[in-house]
Write a protein of this length. Sequence first.
Length: 471
Amino acid sequence: MTKIDYSSKIPNNVDLASDKRLQRALERWQPAYLEWWHEMGPSDFDSNEVYLRTAVSVEPDGWAHFGYVRMPEYRWGIFLEPKEADRRIPFGDFAGQPAWDEVPGEYRADLRRIIVTQADTEPASVEQQRLLGHTAPSLYDLRNLFQVNVEEGRHLWAMVYLLHRYFGKDGREEAEELLERRSGNPDRPRILTTFNEPIETWLDFFMFTMFTDRDGKFQLLALAESGFDPLARTTRFMLTEEAHHLFVGQTGVGRVVQRTAEVMREHPDSDPREHGAIPLPLLQKYIHFWVSSCNDLYGSEVSSNAANYFAAGLKGRAYEEKKYEDHRALDESMVIEKFEDGRLVSEEVPLRNALNELLRREYIQDNQKGIDYWNRILDKYDVDFEFRLPNPRFNRKIGLYAGSHFDPDGNPVSRDEFERRRGEWLPTAEERDYVKSLMQPVLERGKIAGWIAPPKKGINGQPFDFEYVRL
Ligand SMILES: [Fe+2]
Ligand SMILES: [Fe+2]
């Protein structure tokens, strides 16, 4: 069943045709989805042909087909990795027992919550990015934006399939609500805060695809281990799509760094702003903003929910099967720094209760690789500046450090000091306005905006000056 059936209304490799009820239900959801896409997806580019990749197979290599597609005609569908014979629940209290093909009754509510929370981020990011097409720095970037957008749309399909197929009426209601919430809407916001933050500039977009899509990667890695087999198989395929989003973010910021370094070399004695580039300390502030927001996405450092999800075999650790020997994680612990009475105190926490923190730490390590990549660009240009990740305590709204204040190095500061120095650490309104002022569209083939360097190579072996979007 790994072959994708593109002849049906909803492309899929789950033999949708054999379940008429489900097929009808999803075919009813499809026009609502398209209406949502029309209203909240990329603004104004509906009629343009975009050089996009589409999944043709779920095999690890060669799954993508490239060709010109109008976005509303993109073949969104349902693609699961092939079923592994005799798969076992990889971790938790039921480790070693057969994986579940249906939702176990006692974990229905938890699983639904996990799936809905993941699902909600997918349309949210499309909504956050919907206006960026008007200010793209190049056709290449415009195409990448649209690729990310259509794939986030497909991720929504992936999650909605699970809701429809395994959660009956509740699932169908959740699927409808996924099209009703709106990023940033005060009355019916998206579930997680980061997914309500405005993405007004391409700098925010690159930071988002670097840091927020990477949160997505780690959440998906944890779900890819799930004992609920359909969830594991769905998220495994989503991960293959996610890699490109992360590439867009890491190289996008890298190209901004490169451009600034070039300008600094040409004009060593002036502010890069005078030459239309983005100063490195300002990039650092954007890093602070997006990283601290994304650190919140992992939830509280100490969490009984995380422990329960693990015990039940619903959400594992990233690379659970590959990386660990002891899949019960009952005897281990983790040291967590709590902030009590104005000072940091180390405390040992049973590992199962610290799984949010464990996942966050792995995420942070992965982020560091991107930071190192940007610093290597600076080295190449002999620029004396080093990007750094903020300490995980900095600017948190969720978890043990929410409500207290820390500088980007993690030192406690008073609320007054934090507010006084906020502009040193996070982008100010004026700085955001400056970045916005750079966002002038450059949509001629082979041309690029002045605040960003062109990519080293194009998409799918095409040159940079390829007609990635037919305008
Ligand atoms: Fe996604
Ligand atoms: Fe993504």
